[in-house]
Design a protein. Sequence first.
Length: 366
Amino acid sequence: YSNTFDHGGAAASAPRCASSRTIARALGVHMRSGGAKAATHVPTDSTWHAAKLELQTEGNGQALILPPSVDPMSQRAQEIKQTVLSAALLPTILYRPPPPVRISPYFTRSSAQGISRIAKSVARRGFCVCECSFDSHLLQRAAREALELYTGDCMAVHGFVRNGQKLPPPKPCGQFRYGNRDDVCVMLRFDESDPHRQRTPTLAQFDEYLEKLGVGIFDAMSRLSNRERESMGNGPSGEALCYTSRGDLMVACYPGENTAHGVHIDNADGDGREGSDFGRVLTLIIYLNEAWELERDGGALRLHLPASVARTQCREYNAGASAAVDVCPSAGTIAIFRADRIMHEVRPCSQRYRLAASVWMCAGPA
Protein backbone atom coordinates (compact mmCIF):
# COMPACT_ATOMS: atom_id res chain seq x y z
CA TYR A 1 0.00 0.00 0.00
CA SER A 2 1.02 3.55 -0.53
CA ASN A 3 0.68 5.93 2.36
CA THR A 4 -2.81 6.74 3.44
CA PHE A 5 -5.39 9.28 2.43
CA ASP A 6 -5.30 12.77 3.81
CA HIS A 7 -7.98 12.42 6.48
CA GLY A 8 -8.33 16.13 6.93
CA GLY A 9 -6.83 16.01 10.41
CA ALA A 10 -3.58 14.95 12.01
CA ALA A 11 -1.00 13.17 9.89
CA ALA A 12 -1.54 9.44 9.59
CA SER A 13 0.61 7.25 11.79
CA ALA A 14 1.41 4.75 9.04
CA PRO A 15 5.02 4.78 7.77
CA ARG A 16 5.62 7.08 4.86
CA CYS A 17 5.83 5.38 1.52
CA ALA A 18 8.12 6.06 -1.37
CA SER A 19 8.46 9.64 -2.54
CA SER A 20 6.83 11.02 -5.66
CA ARG A 21 10.15 10.91 -7.48
CA THR A 22 10.71 7.24 -6.60
CA ILE A 23 7.22 6.40 -7.84
CA ALA A 24 7.86 8.48 -10.95
CA ARG A 25 11.09 6.57 -11.69
CA ALA A 26 9.27 3.28 -11.23
CA LEU A 27 6.53 4.34 -13.62
CA GLY A 28 8.81 5.88 -16.22
CA VAL A 29 7.32 9.32 -15.56
CA HIS A 30 9.28 12.52 -16.18
CA MET A 31 9.06 14.88 -13.21
CA ARG A 32 8.94 18.60 -13.83
CA SER A 33 8.54 21.57 -11.52
CA GLY A 34 4.93 21.86 -12.63
CA GLY A 35 4.09 18.24 -11.85
CA ALA A 36 4.35 14.85 -13.49
CA LYS A 37 4.04 13.91 -17.10
CA ALA A 38 2.42 10.59 -17.98
CA ALA A 39 4.64 7.64 -18.83
CA THR A 40 5.64 7.41 -22.45
CA HIS A 41 6.19 3.66 -22.53
CA VAL A 42 4.54 0.49 -21.28
CA PRO A 43 6.63 -1.02 -18.46
CA THR A 44 7.64 -4.64 -18.86
CA ASP A 45 7.19 -7.37 -16.25
CA SER A 46 10.80 -6.89 -15.16
CA THR A 47 10.14 -3.16 -14.72
CA TRP A 48 7.18 -3.92 -12.46
CA HIS A 49 9.30 -6.25 -10.36
CA ALA A 50 12.09 -3.69 -9.99
CA ALA A 51 9.57 -0.96 -9.18
CA LYS A 52 8.02 -3.02 -6.41
CA LEU A 53 11.40 -3.75 -4.88
CA GLU A 54 12.42 -0.09 -4.97
CA LEU A 55 9.14 1.09 -3.48
CA GLN A 56 9.15 -1.55 -0.76
CA THR A 57 12.74 -0.69 0.20
CA GLU A 58 12.17 3.03 0.48
CA GLY A 59 8.65 2.83 1.88
CA ASN A 60 9.21 0.19 4.58
CA GLY A 61 6.91 -2.21 2.79
CA GLN A 62 3.98 0.24 2.70
CA ALA A 63 3.86 0.91 -1.05
CA LEU A 64 2.07 -1.24 -3.57
CA ILE A 65 2.36 -0.45 -7.26
CA LEU A 66 0.36 -2.56 -9.69
CA PRO A 67 0.15 -2.95 -13.45
CA PRO A 68 -2.67 -1.20 -15.31
CA SER A 69 -6.13 -2.71 -14.77
CA VAL A 70 -6.42 -3.06 -18.54
CA ASP A 71 -3.51 -4.39 -20.59
CA PRO A 72 -2.44 -1.41 -22.76
CA MET A 73 -1.82 -3.81 -25.66
CA SER A 74 -5.27 -5.45 -25.54
CA GLN A 75 -8.34 -4.88 -27.68
CA ARG A 76 -10.12 -3.51 -24.62
CA ALA A 77 -7.43 -0.82 -24.38
CA GLN A 78 -8.25 0.34 -27.89
CA GLU A 79 -11.92 0.59 -26.94
CA ILE A 80 -11.38 2.76 -23.86
CA LYS A 81 -8.30 4.84 -24.62
CA GLN A 82 -10.36 7.87 -25.67
CA THR A 83 -13.03 7.47 -22.98
CA VAL A 84 -13.49 8.26 -19.29
CA LEU A 85 -12.07 4.80 -18.56
CA SER A 86 -8.64 5.61 -20.02
CA ALA A 87 -7.11 5.90 -16.52
CA ALA A 88 -7.33 2.09 -16.40
CA LEU A 89 -4.42 2.05 -18.86
CA LEU A 90 -2.14 3.69 -16.26
CA PRO A 91 -0.32 1.82 -13.51
CA THR A 92 -2.28 1.62 -10.26
CA ILE A 93 -0.99 2.87 -6.93
CA LEU A 94 -3.05 1.35 -4.16
CA TYR A 95 -3.79 3.56 -1.16
CA ARG A 96 -5.07 2.61 2.24
CA PRO A 97 -8.73 3.69 2.40
CA PRO A 98 -9.85 6.00 5.20
CA PRO A 99 -11.17 4.25 8.34
CA PRO A 100 -14.73 2.99 7.80
CA VAL A 101 -17.67 4.95 9.14
CA ARG A 102 -19.42 2.83 11.77
CA ILE A 103 -23.19 3.02 11.52
CA SER A 104 -26.14 1.47 13.32
CA PRO A 105 -28.61 -0.95 11.72
CA TYR A 106 -31.37 1.21 13.21
CA PHE A 107 -32.38 4.70 12.15
CA THR A 108 -32.60 6.83 15.26
CA ARG A 109 -31.82 10.45 16.10
CA SER A 110 -28.21 9.48 16.74
CA SER A 111 -27.96 8.02 13.20
CA ALA A 112 -27.86 11.52 11.73
CA GLN A 113 -24.26 12.01 12.79
CA GLY A 114 -23.09 8.88 10.96
CA ILE A 115 -25.07 9.75 7.84
CA SER A 116 -23.58 13.25 7.89
CA ARG A 117 -20.07 11.75 7.98
CA ILE A 118 -20.95 9.54 5.00
CA ALA A 119 -22.31 12.51 3.05
CA LYS A 120 -19.15 14.53 3.73
CA SER A 121 -16.94 11.63 2.64
CA VAL A 122 -18.88 11.11 -0.60
CA ALA A 123 -18.82 14.85 -1.32
CA ARG A 124 -15.08 15.04 -0.64
CA ARG A 125 -13.75 11.80 -2.10
CA GLY A 126 -16.59 10.33 -4.16
CA PHE A 127 -16.94 7.28 -1.92
CA CYS A 128 -17.37 6.05 1.64
CA VAL A 129 -16.90 2.64 3.24
CA CYS A 130 -19.15 1.80 6.20
CA GLU A 131 -19.31 -0.97 8.73
CA CYS A 132 -22.80 -1.68 10.03
CA SER A 133 -23.36 -3.72 13.18
CA PHE A 134 -26.03 -6.00 11.73
CA ASP A 135 -26.82 -9.14 13.70
CA SER A 136 -24.64 -11.94 12.35
CA HIS A 137 -27.63 -14.26 12.03
CA LEU A 138 -29.42 -11.68 9.88
CA LEU A 139 -26.42 -11.47 7.56
CA GLN A 140 -26.21 -15.25 7.37
CA ARG A 141 -29.90 -15.52 6.45
CA ALA A 142 -29.47 -12.92 3.72
CA ALA A 143 -26.43 -14.77 2.38
CA ARG A 144 -28.38 -18.02 2.39
CA GLU A 145 -31.26 -16.43 0.47
CA ALA A 146 -28.82 -14.99 -2.09
CA LEU A 147 -27.01 -18.31 -2.50
CA GLU A 148 -30.32 -20.14 -2.97
CA LEU A 149 -31.19 -17.70 -5.75
CA TYR A 150 -27.92 -18.65 -7.42
CA THR A 151 -28.16 -22.42 -6.93
CA GLY A 152 -31.84 -22.32 -7.95
CA ASP A 153 -30.88 -20.88 -11.36
CA CYS A 154 -32.71 -17.64 -10.61
CA MET A 155 -29.70 -15.54 -11.57
CA ALA A 156 -28.65 -14.79 -15.11
CA VAL A 157 -26.12 -12.81 -17.10
CA HIS A 158 -27.11 -9.15 -17.31
CA GLY A 159 -26.16 -6.65 -19.96
CA PHE A 160 -25.24 -3.03 -19.37
CA VAL A 161 -27.34 0.12 -19.46
CA ARG A 162 -26.44 2.72 -22.08
CA ASN A 163 -28.44 5.92 -22.47
CA GLY A 164 -31.16 4.39 -20.36
CA GLN A 165 -31.53 1.32 -22.57
CA LYS A 166 -30.75 -2.18 -21.36
CA LEU A 167 -28.36 -3.90 -23.73
CA PRO A 168 -28.57 -7.66 -24.36
CA PRO A 169 -26.22 -9.92 -22.38
CA PRO A 170 -22.71 -9.67 -23.87
CA LYS A 171 -20.88 -12.52 -25.52
CA PRO A 172 -17.68 -14.04 -24.12
CA CYS A 173 -14.73 -11.74 -24.72
CA GLY A 174 -11.08 -12.07 -23.73
CA GLN A 175 -10.55 -12.90 -20.05
CA PHE A 176 -14.22 -12.44 -19.10
CA ARG A 177 -17.07 -14.87 -19.60
CA TYR A 178 -19.63 -12.22 -20.54
CA GLY A 179 -18.11 -9.17 -22.21
CA ASN A 180 -16.56 -7.20 -19.35
CA ARG A 181 -17.95 -9.28 -16.48
CA ASP A 182 -18.24 -12.77 -15.00
CA ASP A 183 -21.05 -12.32 -12.45
CA VAL A 184 -24.65 -13.43 -12.62
CA CYS A 185 -27.45 -11.56 -10.88
CA VAL A 186 -31.17 -11.14 -10.31
CA MET A 187 -33.24 -8.00 -9.83
CA LEU A 188 -35.69 -8.03 -6.91
CA ARG A 189 -38.71 -5.71 -6.56
CA PHE A 190 -40.36 -7.32 -3.50
CA ASP A 191 -43.87 -6.64 -4.85
CA GLU A 192 -46.54 -8.96 -6.22
CA SER A 193 -44.81 -9.08 -9.60
CA ASP A 194 -41.63 -10.47 -8.01
CA PRO A 195 -41.59 -14.30 -8.23
CA HIS A 196 -38.87 -14.46 -5.57
CA ARG A 197 -40.63 -12.31 -2.97
CA GLN A 198 -41.65 -15.16 -0.67
CA ARG A 199 -38.10 -16.56 -0.56
CA THR A 200 -36.24 -13.33 0.15
CA PRO A 201 -37.67 -11.69 3.32
CA THR A 202 -34.23 -10.91 4.76
CA LEU A 203 -32.95 -9.40 1.54
CA ALA A 204 -36.11 -7.26 1.59
CA GLN A 205 -35.03 -5.87 4.97
CA PHE A 206 -31.62 -4.94 3.59
CA ASP A 207 -33.28 -3.37 0.55
CA GLU A 208 -35.36 -1.13 2.83
CA TYR A 209 -32.28 -0.24 4.87
CA LEU A 210 -30.23 0.75 1.82
CA GLU A 211 -33.06 2.91 0.51
CA LYS A 212 -33.39 4.81 3.80
CA LEU A 213 -29.62 5.20 4.00
CA GLY A 214 -29.37 6.52 0.44
CA VAL A 215 -32.19 9.02 0.88
CA GLY A 216 -30.59 10.18 4.13
CA ILE A 217 -27.23 10.69 2.41
CA PHE A 218 -28.77 12.87 -0.30
CA ASP A 219 -30.59 14.91 2.33
CA ALA A 220 -27.40 15.37 4.37
CA MET A 221 -25.37 16.22 1.27
CA SER A 222 -27.86 18.88 0.19
CA ARG A 223 -27.32 20.64 3.53
CA LEU A 224 -23.55 20.86 3.11
CA SER A 225 -22.04 24.20 2.21
CA ASN A 226 -21.10 24.93 -1.39
CA ARG A 227 -17.45 24.55 -0.47
CA GLU A 228 -18.01 21.15 1.17
CA ARG A 229 -19.84 19.90 -1.93
CA GLU A 230 -17.57 21.35 -4.60
CA SER A 231 -15.47 18.24 -5.27
CA MET A 232 -17.84 15.26 -5.65
CA GLY A 233 -21.08 16.35 -3.97
CA ASN A 234 -22.69 18.26 -6.82
CA GLY A 235 -24.47 17.67 -10.08
CA PRO A 236 -22.69 18.02 -13.44
CA SER A 237 -23.03 21.83 -13.42
CA GLY A 238 -22.41 22.34 -9.72
CA GLU A 239 -26.01 21.93 -8.60
CA ALA A 240 -26.97 20.61 -5.19
CA LEU A 241 -28.48 17.14 -5.49
CA CYS A 242 -31.95 15.91 -4.61
CA TYR A 243 -33.08 12.27 -4.51
CA THR A 244 -35.62 11.39 -7.20
CA SER A 245 -35.97 7.61 -7.49
CA ARG A 246 -34.22 4.28 -7.11
CA GLY A 247 -33.75 1.01 -8.94
CA ASP A 248 -34.52 -2.56 -7.93
CA LEU A 249 -32.21 -4.48 -5.60
CA MET A 250 -29.58 -6.35 -7.62
CA VAL A 251 -28.31 -9.51 -5.94
CA ALA A 252 -25.11 -10.74 -7.59
CA CYS A 253 -22.88 -13.76 -7.30
CA TYR A 254 -19.31 -14.31 -8.47
CA PRO A 255 -18.92 -18.10 -8.29
CA GLY A 256 -15.20 -18.30 -7.56
CA GLU A 257 -12.86 -19.66 -10.24
CA ASN A 258 -11.23 -16.21 -10.62
CA THR A 259 -14.46 -14.57 -11.74
CA ALA A 260 -14.25 -10.78 -11.89
CA HIS A 261 -15.76 -7.60 -13.35
CA GLY A 262 -13.65 -5.26 -15.46
CA VAL A 263 -13.36 -1.51 -15.02
CA HIS A 264 -16.53 0.46 -15.67
CA ILE A 265 -18.62 3.41 -14.49
CA ASP A 266 -22.21 2.50 -13.63
CA ASN A 267 -23.67 5.63 -15.21
CA ALA A 268 -21.30 7.24 -17.67
CA ASP A 269 -23.93 8.92 -19.85
CA GLY A 270 -26.72 10.17 -17.59
CA ASP A 271 -28.76 7.01 -18.16
CA GLY A 272 -30.59 8.79 -20.99
CA ARG A 273 -32.67 10.77 -18.51
CA GLU A 274 -31.79 14.28 -19.67
CA GLY A 275 -34.59 16.66 -18.79
CA SER A 276 -35.74 14.38 -15.98
CA ASP A 277 -32.76 13.99 -13.64
CA PHE A 278 -29.10 12.94 -13.71
CA GLY A 279 -29.84 9.21 -13.65
CA ARG A 280 -28.01 6.98 -11.18
CA VAL A 281 -25.84 9.10 -8.90
CA LEU A 282 -25.17 6.85 -5.90
CA THR A 283 -24.33 3.15 -5.78
CA LEU A 284 -24.90 1.41 -2.43
CA ILE A 285 -23.62 -2.15 -1.99
CA ILE A 286 -23.93 -4.38 1.06
CA TYR A 287 -21.73 -7.46 1.21
CA LEU A 288 -22.83 -10.81 2.63
CA ASN A 289 -19.58 -12.80 2.82
CA GLU A 290 -18.67 -14.10 6.26
CA ALA A 291 -14.97 -14.14 7.28
CA TRP A 292 -13.77 -12.90 3.89
CA GLU A 293 -10.02 -12.28 3.55
CA LEU A 294 -8.63 -10.43 0.55
CA GLU A 295 -5.27 -12.20 0.51
CA ARG A 296 -6.94 -15.60 0.52
CA ASP A 297 -10.23 -14.97 -1.29
CA GLY A 298 -9.51 -12.01 -3.61
CA GLY A 299 -12.66 -10.29 -4.84
CA ALA A 300 -11.86 -6.73 -3.71
CA LEU A 301 -14.01 -3.89 -4.93
CA ARG A 302 -11.36 -1.60 -6.39
CA LEU A 303 -12.39 2.06 -6.60
CA HIS A 304 -10.32 4.23 -8.94
CA LEU A 305 -10.33 7.86 -7.91
CA PRO A 306 -10.69 10.72 -10.39
CA ALA A 307 -7.48 12.74 -10.72
CA SER A 308 -9.25 15.78 -9.28
CA VAL A 309 -9.86 13.84 -6.05
CA ALA A 310 -6.48 12.10 -5.95
CA ARG A 311 -4.59 15.39 -6.26
CA THR A 312 -6.13 16.72 -3.06
CA GLN A 313 -6.82 13.55 -1.07
CA CYS A 314 -3.90 11.19 -1.74
CA ARG A 315 -0.47 12.01 -0.40
CA GLU A 316 2.38 11.69 -2.88
CA TYR A 317 -0.13 11.30 -5.72
CA ASN A 318 1.52 10.99 -9.13
CA ALA A 319 -0.26 11.97 -12.33
CA GLY A 320 1.36 9.05 -14.17
CA ALA A 321 -0.71 6.52 -12.22
CA SER A 322 -4.29 5.77 -11.24
CA ALA A 323 -4.92 6.16 -7.51
CA ALA A 324 -7.18 3.44 -6.11
CA VAL A 325 -8.44 1.84 -2.92
CA ASP A 326 -9.56 -1.73 -2.30
CA VAL A 327 -12.69 -2.55 -0.30
CA CYS A 328 -12.97 -5.98 1.32
CA PRO A 329 -16.44 -7.47 0.62
CA SER A 330 -16.90 -8.86 4.13
CA ALA A 331 -20.34 -9.32 5.68
CA GLY A 332 -21.83 -6.07 6.98
CA THR A 333 -19.56 -3.80 4.94
CA ILE A 334 -21.40 -1.20 2.87
CA ALA A 335 -19.66 0.54 -0.02
CA ILE A 336 -21.15 3.83 -1.22
CA PHE A 337 -19.82 5.75 -4.21
CA ARG A 338 -20.77 8.09 -7.02
CA ALA A 339 -22.36 5.92 -9.68
CA ASP A 340 -21.71 8.55 -12.34
CA ARG A 341 -18.06 9.37 -11.57
CA ILE A 342 -16.17 6.53 -9.89
CA MET A 343 -14.54 3.95 -12.13
CA HIS A 344 -14.44 0.61 -10.36
CA GLU A 345 -13.89 -3.10 -10.83
CA VAL A 346 -14.19 -6.38 -8.97
CA ARG A 347 -10.87 -8.17 -8.67
CA PRO A 348 -10.76 -11.93 -9.33
CA CYS A 349 -12.43 -14.14 -6.70
CA SER A 350 -10.39 -17.25 -6.03
CA GLN A 351 -12.64 -20.10 -4.87
CA ARG A 352 -15.43 -18.80 -2.66
CA TYR A 353 -18.75 -17.47 -3.88
CA ARG A 354 -18.87 -13.68 -3.53
CA LEU A 355 -22.35 -12.34 -2.72
CA ALA A 356 -23.53 -8.75 -2.75
CA ALA A 357 -26.76 -6.73 -2.91
CA SER A 358 -26.79 -3.34 -4.64
CA VAL A 359 -29.15 -0.41 -5.04
CA TRP A 360 -28.76 2.55 -7.38
CA MET A 361 -30.18 5.91 -6.33
CA CYS A 362 -31.09 8.57 -8.88
CA ALA A 363 -30.92 12.30 -8.26
CA GLY A 364 -31.62 15.61 -9.92
CA PRO A 365 -31.04 19.26 -9.08
CA ALA A 366 -32.30 20.32 -5.65
